[in-house]
Ligand binder design. Structure first.
Ligand code: SAM
Length: 297
């Protein structure tokens, strides 16, 4: 049986069960059509392959950005990997969707939704019901009540949330280290954020910058933003994609003096967007926002 959000976030829930946690999040479909999917230990081969490059720079890896982290399960593993490599980096973990709310509309009906009132799960007397529509629902006509309830409820949920009549929760893993080394921020990699400019010594984008998700133009925008977020020459960029069989295709890049990237290492033949990254010509890191003397923000 699916776990309801109220049960999942209740104090009695088993906070150590990673399988239960992944199963709960994997059934949540966001308003942009993506699911909160992630898998533990999916990047072990990348850690083995890229370890020498990371270890070599461990002392200078102070701020790391992990883009499109879902619940951050693999960010926790990245933190462990960096620490094993000798780096005490703090990690900023971003995703489009992190904040959510549980709204009780009736004593027997609660809705788990995003801050804009987009339903992620209905809870009818403790039974979790998915609000999203599958192809089969068009055959069985189940899509009609699902669509109706979404459009009727959205405004109501939004107004309850802005009136403070909801329980705010975060869609992040409960396996976070208690030392605060990972900070979650809602952020869109397609929109440049001033506060990230030239801040990071390493950026990872895993299972997000895929040709299936984004057009070449969108990927170019994302690469442009990532380049702007890197601290300067020598900073690292890791791009990876995991296929259904759990195999990875990834490339580790280094930012050059002239603002272009060089590939330092590959796994599984390299990232599918490696060519786009290597062909990228952005502003030189030292002149991107003024002189190098501006330093870290
Ligand atoms: C498949 S998950 C990858 C999770 C994790 N990085 C991993 O590899 O296990 C992709 C995540 O990217 C997020 N995402 C999609 N578009 C995004 C965007 N424009 N900016 C930031 N995150 C985005 C989705 O919300 C989703 O949680």
């Amino acid at each position: 049986m699916n776990l309801s959000a109220s049960e999942f976030y209740s104090s009695g829930a088993d906070t150590t069960d990673a399988v239960l946690e992944s199963a709960f999040f994997a059934k949540l479909k966001m308003r942009n059509g993506t699911f909160k999917l992630t898998q533990p230990s999916r990047f072990q081969e990348l850690e083995v392959a890229f370890r020498p490059h990371v270890q070599e720079r461990a002392g200078s890896l102070r701020e790391v950005l992990d883009v499109g982290v879902s619940t951050g399960l693999t960010t926790v593993e990245l933190a462990r990997f960096l620490s094993d490599c000798g780096s005490a980096a703090s990690i900023t973990a971003t995703d489009l969707f992190i904040e959510a709310h549980i709204v009780e509309l009736f004593p027997w009906f609660r809705v788990f939704c995003d801050p804009g009132g987009w339903p992620l799960q209905y809870d009818l007397r403790g039974i979790a019901i998915r609000p999203w529509i599958r192809r089969l629902d068009y055959v069985t006509l189940a899509f009609i009540p699902l669509m109706l309830s979404r459009s009727i409820l959205q405004a109501r949920l939004r107004s309850r949330i802005s009136a403070g009549v909801s329980t705010p929760v975060r869609m992040v893993t409960r396996s976070l280290p208690p030392n605060g080394a990972i900070v979650f921020v809602e952020n869109d990699i397609m929109r440049q954020s001033e506060r990230f400019i030239r801040r990071f010594d390493m950026i990872r984008a895993a299972n997000i910058l895929n040709t299936g998700y984004f057009s070449a133009d969108q990927l170019h925008v994302a690469i442009e933003n990532i380049q702007a977020y890197l601290h300067g020459p020598g900073a690292l960029l890791m791009i990876a994609r995991t296929n259904r069989a759990g195999e990875n295709a990834a490339t580790l890049f280094e930012l050059d003096e002239d603002g272009s990237f060089t590939a330092l290492g590959r796994v599984g033949g390299g990232s599918e967007i490696e060519r786009l990254v290597l062909d990228f010509r952005g502003p030189q890191p030292s002149t991107a926002i003024g002189a190098l003397s501006i330093g870290r923000q």
